[in-house]
Design a binder for this molecule. Structure first.
Ligand code: KG4
Ligand code: ZN
Length: 326
């Protein structure tokens, strides 16, 4: 079965084609938002990108099922993707399946590798930070989540404050590599005794500490920023590992899944690997190019769900995903 995956929940247009557990095409068109996503521009850019990239795939392959993101996300961006998917399914008279974006991030590692259930998933992106117990495909329990900002959002905001481009996560990771370990910073461990996360206090504390206004020397500013990025990133990595371990003690699972854009961060992954190793758990995460938003994860979620339910008939439009937060 050829499945076309369409992702347009935020600023990246993702179009992919998968067949029998194989990625045939994976096109991601990234938008330029230097200071953060502007929803109106994002929707307009999707409108152009989606036609260009889907056209190529439709001309080259027969499509059996179209999977598209139906939320959560920016409403304008979602409308572009869902309207395009519905129109295309109508034109091709093929099956169509709405997919929840968060569920797609969570399910991707299960499509890529054979991972047994139940698993504990640390879902870390620009919009979400949560620990989810994945009991099986379609059965999830949100065990904890952020009470305020998402972890990726904090990477983005802190990065912007120190003059880095959007998205901030990869920029912070890059600058952290230049750390000289001369300057030290202290970051708070907010909500230490809770299973939930809180990042807005950490964000405020972080940006209050980095004072570079009265330093004229460019080289010194760069050193301060690099040391700051290194310690901030490590602090976040430890914080995430601590929470996941705490949850693992309550819901022991041999497999830990890490997904969402922030899973691309190597310090976070290696910290989690270390903690997992000491606690007889194994960490699974997608390859770096599939951590951030893409069409493969949408198609993959449809593949896993379709073989489970097979309730999707020819052009059987369902208005909303059945995935509910429990
Ligand atoms: O999953 P994603 O592409 O979109 C959402 O669903 O939100 O995640 C985007 C987020 C952004 O906040 C971005 O800064 C963060 O993922 N991110 C990273 C890294 N790469 C992307 N954060 C930390 N380190 C990275 N290497
Ligand atoms: Zn995402």
């Amino acid at each position: 079965m050829n499945i076309l995956g369409i992702e347009s929940s935020c600023d990246d247009t993702g179009i992919a084609l998968i067949r029998n557990k194989e990625i045939i095409e994976n096109i991601v068109l990234k938008q330029e938002h230097k200071k953060g996503v502007i929803p109106e521009y994002a929707a307009r850019a999707h409108h152009v990108a989606i036609f260009e990239s889907a056209n190529k795939l439709i001309n080259q392959h027969k499509i059996d099922l179209i999977a598209y993101t139906n939320g959560p996300g920016l409403i304008g961006s979602l409308f572009v993707g869902s309207s395009f998917a519905k129109g295309l399914a109508y034109a091709l008279q093929c099956k169509i399946m709405p997919i929840n974006h968060v569920e797609a991030h969570i399910l991707l590692p299960f499509w890529l590798e054979k991972i047994s259930f139940p698993s504990l998933c640390l879902m870390i992106s620009g919009g979400h930070t949560m620990i989810v117990l994945v009991e099986e495909v379609g059965k999830y329990k949100i065990l904890s989540e952020s009470q305020d900002d998402a972890v990726g959002e904090v990477f983005d905001k802190v990065a912007r404050y120190i003059g880095l481009d959007f998205p901030g996560g990869p920029e912070i990771e890059l600058l952290a590599k230049k750390a000289v370990h001369k300057h030290s910073f202290k970051f708070p461990n907010v909500m230490q005794n809770s299973y939930d996360f809180s990042f807005s206090g950490l964000k405020t504390a972080a940006i209050q500490q980095i004072k570079i206004d009265d330093i004229a020397n460019e080289e010194e500013i760069l050193e301060i920023k690099a040391d700051f990025c290194y310690q901030f990133q490590l602090h976040v990595a430890k914080l995430l590992s601590e929470k996941l371990l705490k949850m693992h003690k309550k819901f022991p699972c041999a497999n830990w899944i890490v997904s969402g854009g922030v899973a691309a961060n190597k310090t976070i992954i290696s910290n989690l690997n270390e903690v997992a190793l000491q606690n007889n758990a194994c960490v699974f995460y997608p390859p770096i190019n599939l951590c951030q938003d893409n069409g493969v994860m949408i198609a993959a979620a449809a593949d896993l769900k379709y073989s489970k339910t097979e309730e999707y008939n020819n052009f059987n439009l369902k208005p909303l995903s059945s995935w509910k937060i429990v």
